[in-house]
Ligand binder design. Structure first.
Ligand code: HEM
Length: 67
């Protein structure tokens, strides 16, 4: 039996959770920049805020992930 038979045991449940939440937040941070709209608009203010919080959460969750 090879050591690759138990692939679902290679990462803990929290590690998998953090991985996908961080993936979605990185995607959200990128999306927010893509759709933020013209300088000075309400849309830009909102999506820049979303960008900031998504990016900040990525950093925070990444630190928690490796603790
Ligand atoms: C997952 C993390 C992040 C990703 C993938 C990301 C990605 C990007 C990208 C692609 C841009 C556009 C750059 C350009 O137009 O040349 C950008 C702009 C910017 N990002 Fe991030 N970023 C992240 C986190 C953050 C965080 C944590 C902050 C603030 C603390 C931040 C602040 C900014 C600012 C101020 C801009 C320029 C916005 C503007 O031109 O109005 N980013 N980011």
């Amino acid at each position: 039996m090879s050591s690759y038979d138990h692939t679902t045991d290679r990462y803990t449940k929290p590690a998998i959770f953090f991985h996908w939440v961080i993936f979605l937040l990185v995607a959200l941070a990128y999306l927010a920049i893509e759709i933020r709209g013209p300088r000075g608009s309400d849309s830009r203010t909102f999506w820049t805020g979303v960008h900031f919080w998504a990016g900040t959460l990525v950093l925070g969750l990444s630190v928690l992930r490796v603790l």
